[in-house]
Write a protein that binds this ligand. Structure first.
Ligand SMILES: Cc1cc2nc3c(=O)[nH]c(=O)nc-3n(C[C@H](O)[C@H](O)[C@H](O)COP(=O)(O)OP(=O)(O)OC[C@H]3O[C@@H](n4cnc5c(N)ncnc54)[C@H](O)[C@@H]3O)c2cc1C
Length: 410
């Protein structure tokens, strides 16, 4: 049955004595036609908080870090000395208490199943892995594992396992020979919170299914990514797509001031255009309330968004090869590294094969192979004459530093 969207702000639900029991709104991020109604108190949970600290940075003194354990969450927390104290849940600022309760309830529930499960991944279910300052990656579902890959490869009736060493050998053979289809049989679904400039790179990977929080539908939360001072660096002189050395702390602090000022100002203007208070009411009835799909226009790309991401294992490995790589931007690499941690738990045999045959492997061109063979045979060779460009020669010399002088003529 198609459920039409309920026009915001809300409508009441009549309780036993005829009173309005709860104000219900649609869940954030749902598209028209897939509506779920939840109490507005839950919906508004994170409005009004300022977890990214846009308002509390400037006079807060030196930065302090330590590790805390709050219930099931282990987190490296960072704050500024002389900061006012915050309720406990703000130490893990991306979750309200309602959200934490929902995650805890999901983790506490067990369902018997006949499916192949991976105990290490069951253990990680629903638990957020902290990424950057207020981002996370959270496993919400998966299908298959190393056993399922082997089962699919052998097209077997049962579990398909012969012995662990047979399975390992088969998986490594499949990976080495790019026999990809058995890996496509395994699927993972993640809940991700990341800055919009990271998701722009992320969503270039077309072989996944995505549902993102709708800023046409819901009000974006006041949450921005601000890099750590040591991650603020100058433009790289050698790589047009990269950063060079980090700024000295005082300059990094000035950059952070600019970023925080801009974020705070833009978000204030966003609220002004929306003409909405933290509870969803109209601030000034004399002013127009601009549509959410328009009011968001001035927001910077370091604002956080959220999405569900489902992808099969082969396409995920392709994503990880590109994004958990030193050429990828640090911020998306941080997410890729977090996902790699989950992949290692999920499919340890495939993860090992991926590291050996994809992540840590190198592709050699025909001319590069000819040059290498000549060097190994001790015969004179001119890499340029063999057709290698200066950049290819540098790359080859980086891969094989032992023979670099022979390649570069040094
Ligand atoms: C370090 C780095 C720098 C980058 N810089 C830039 C940049 O400056 N500008 C920019 O625009 N992008 C840039 N990108 C993005 C890049 O060009 C790819 O769009 C992105 O990495 C997705 O890769 P993909 O197409 O292989 O992945 P997916 O979209 O997941 O596709 C996986 C595979 O499926 C196949 N496939 C999917 N769709 C098609 C299709 N339509 N036609 C044919 N085959 C298809 C291809 O084999 C592809 O490799 C960069 C990426 C990286 C990692």
């Amino acid at each position: 049955m198609r459920v039409e969207p309920v026009s915001f702000p809300s409508f009441g639900c009549t309780g036993p004595r005829g009173r309005i029991a709860k104000i219900l709104v649609e869940t954030p991020g749902t598209a028209p036609g897939s509506t779920t109604l939840i109490p507005r108190a839950v919906y508004r949970h994170s409005q009004g908080a300022d977890p990214s600290g846009t308002d509390r940075y400037r006079d807060d003194g030196p930065r302090v870090q330590d590790d805390v354990e709050i219930g099931w969450i282990k987190k490296r927390r960072t704050w500024y000395a002389r900061q006012r104290s915050y309720p406990e849940h703000e130490w893990w600022p991306m979750f309200s208490n309602d959200q934490k309760s929902a995650i805890e309830a999901a983790r506490a529930a067990w369902t018997p199943t006949r499916r192949l499960v991976v105990p290490a991944l069951e253990d990680a279910m629903y638990e957020p892995v902290s990424v950057l300052d207020t981002g996370f990656v959270r496993l919400v579902d998966y299908m298959g594992g190393d056993d399922g890959i082997v089962q699919g490869a052998r097209v077997s009736y049962g579990k398909g396992t012969k012995s662990t060493s047979d399975d390992r050998g088969l998986i490594r053979y499949l990976m080495r020979n790019r026999h990809t289809s058995p890996f496509e049989l395994a699927v993972i679904k993640l809940h991700v919170r990341a800055p919009i400039f990271v998701t722009r790179q992320w969503f270039r990977h077309r072989t996944a299914s995505i549902n993102e929080y709708s800023a046409r539908y819901s009000v974006l939360e006041k949450e921005f990514y601000f890099p750590r001072p040591e991650d603020i660096a100058v433009q790289s002189a050698s790589n047009k797509q990269g950063r060079g050395t980090s700024l000295p702390p005082e300059q990094a602090r000035q950059v952070l001031d600019i970023l925080r000022d801009d974020a705070a100002r833009c978000y204030d203007h966003y609220l002004e255009l929306l003409n909405e208070d933290a509870a969803g009411g109209t601030v000034d009835p004399a002013r127009p309330s601009i549509a959410r799909e328009l009011a968001r226009m001035n927001l910077p790309v370091n604002i956080m968004t959220q999405f569900y991401w489902q992808i099969n294992l082969w396409n995920l490995l392709h994503f990880l090869r590109l994004r958990a790589d030193s050429h990828a931007q640090y911020e998306i690499r941080a997410y890729a590294d977090a996902i790699l941690g989950l992949v290692e738990k999920w499919v340890p045999l495939t993860y090992g094969a991926f590291c050996d045959y994809m992540r840590d492997a190198a592709l050699l061109s025909g001319p590069a192979l000819r040059v290498l063979r000549a060097v190994m045979a001790g015969t004179p060779v001119d890499p340029k004459a063999e057709g290698l460009s200066r950049r290819e020669i540098t790359e080859l010399a980086t891969l094989f530093p032992e023979i670099a002088p022979r390649l570069t003529g040094g």
